[in-house]
Design a protein around this ligand. Structure first.
Ligand SMILES: [Mg+2]
Length: 182
């Protein structure tokens, strides 16, 4: 099977590191973190400084390495499909390299990394690459991908969404689910 996997907040703890860095930044410039995140200019200023640090140092979620390794050993292909792009902020133009280095540093082997995919595009990418099942934490992507007839698991480990079905909260359950649906 060809398995599509989102990156931020699906295999790594992006929200947590953003919160940590925004705390530091807000202390340094004497502002409230919420006021920074609610203001487009201030938010861009923050990400200009911290985006590379965030993507370089973000932590992997629990069990991701082992589950992806086992899935690959069983002949599945892992395609990372992410909205990360070189146009998020002008200061970060080497998104592929940052992401690739991070995967290697964290011992995560994959078959492909596809950038700049969100919403419609992510669903299109899944179709173009003939993804059998996609795993993503964003309900918008989940709906778009599902509406294209592609199997998608909504990953929700922080109880953010009220969807009763079709979501899983950890990587061991994702592994079991994929095994059952081979
Ligand atoms: Mg995500």
């Amino acid at each position: 099977m060809r398995i599509g996997v989102d990156l931020d907040d699906t295999i790594c703890r992006t929200t947590e590191i953003v919160h940590d860095r925004i705390e530091k930044y807000s202390e340094a410039i004497h502002m409230n973190p919420l006021d920074i995140m609610n203001d487009e200019m201030l938010k861009e200023g923050f990400f200009r400084i911290y985006l590379e640090d965030i993507y370089t140092n973000v932590e992997v979620k629990r069990n991701v390495q082992n589950v992806l390794k086992r899935l690959r050993n069983k002949g599945n292909e892992i395609y990372i499909i992410t909205a990360r792009s070189n146009s998020t902020v002008p200061t970060v133009k080497n998104m592929f390299q940052i992401t690739d280095d991070w995967l290697k540093k964290n011992d995560i082997e994959v078959d492909a990394v596809i950038l700049s995919a969100y919403g419609e595009t992510k669903a299109d990418v899944c179709k173009r690459y003939e993804i059998d099942i996609m795993i993503d934490d964003d309900p918008y992507n989940y709906k778009k991908i599902t509406s294209e007839g592609i199997h998608c698991i909504l990953f929700d480990d922080r109880e953010r969404y009220n969807l009763k079905n079709d979501y899983l909260t950890n990587w061991l359950d994702i592994e079991k689910y994929i095994e059952r649906n081979r």
